[in-house]
Design a protein. Structure first.
Length: 291
């Protein structure tokens, strides 16, 4: 099991991979990125991830240095080159090195692309069997109130600060709460609640969420299973009173949340709808990469 890095399409080892300290991704977090994983050794939802990467880049006016087709080929070749049973993939596009130091984005002419492939480290089985604890966290994000809202930026400081609070609380995720008292998403995930009538609720795009690929897939699978769905704002009180809560992300898939702050969710165990959805979600992902 190995790690492999491509910098502007050129392969190198993780130990030898270097970018300039003058790169704007390092200096200002002036970059966009995507993370994805493989199933049966093949990248899942690669096209969707690349399209979202392009949308993020467009929102912050970073011109992609190569076509999405070429970037997709580079990712696929890096996954094969790493040779892992399953891989974690991170793709970053920075605005590149500027002609001189300064915030003006026009100073940079050549965006940099980096593909990192490492062995996938999935959560342990007891995470899905027993569920996890989450905390609530009030924080503004880098894109809030800007034209870049919804972009997946390299500037992840709010999520980093939210994650820092997790250790002290013994929690696995921080759920971000906005000024209205609504739960928007997790620091690194989307959030879902199952109401007492079995309806699946998740916040909408206009609440400022990142439209997760795993979220989209989970909603599609839920619809196939006939689970009622509502896309609407999720007040904290409604989430705390839900029968089931789970979070979604590319690497963790669907993780049941059995406690939020001091409140037990449902009966304190992963619920049947979450478990059913996770099982069918995994089947769907494996079928998708085998086509």
């Amino acid at each position: 099991m190995t790690s492999l890095v491509l910098i502007d399409g050129r392969p190198t080892t993780a130990e030898s991979a270097k970018v300039s300290v003058f790169d704007r991704g390092f200096l200002y977090g002036d970059s966009v990125f995507e993370t994805l994983r493989t199933y049966d050794g093949r990248p899942f939802a690669l096209e969707q991830h690349l399209n979202r990467l392009a949308r993020s880049a467009a929102r912050v006016f970073i011109e992609l240095p190569v076509s999405l087709a070429q970037l997709g080929r580079e990712i696929a070749s890096a996954v094969v080159g790493a040779g892992n049973a399953e891989s974690y993939v991170r793709v970053s596009i920075t605005r590149g090195v500027g002609e001189s130091l300064g915030l003006d984005p026009g100073l940079a002419r050549h965006p940099l692309r980096v593909v990192i492939v490492t062995p996938l480290k999935s959560p342990p089985a007891d995470v899905y069997r027993d569920g996890v604890t989450a905390i609530t966290h009030h924080a503004a994000r880098a894109t809030d109130g800007s034209s870049a809202a919804g972009a997946k930026l390299g500037n992840y400081l709010p999520a980093v600060l939210a994650s820092r609070a997790l250790g002290a609380a013994g929690a696995a995720e921080a759920l971000l709460v906005d000024g209205r008292g609504a739960v928007i998403e997790g620091a690194t995930s989307n959030v879902f609640a199952v109401l007492s009538d079995g309806t699946l609720v998740t916040p909408p795009e206009n609440d400022g969420i990142l439209l997760g690929i795993t979220r989209e897939t989970a909603l599609s699978v839920a619809a196939q299973l006939g689970i009622p769905i509502r896309i609407e704002s999720l007040p904290l009180g409604a989430l705390l009173g839900a029968s089931e809560v789970f979070i979604s992300s590319s690497i963790r898939e669907l993780v049941p949340v059995v406690r939020v702050d001091s409140t037990t969710i449902g009966d304190g165990r992963p619920g049947p709808i979450t478990q059913r959805l996770l099982s069918h979600f995994r089947e769907h992902c494996r079928r998708s990469v085998s086509v």
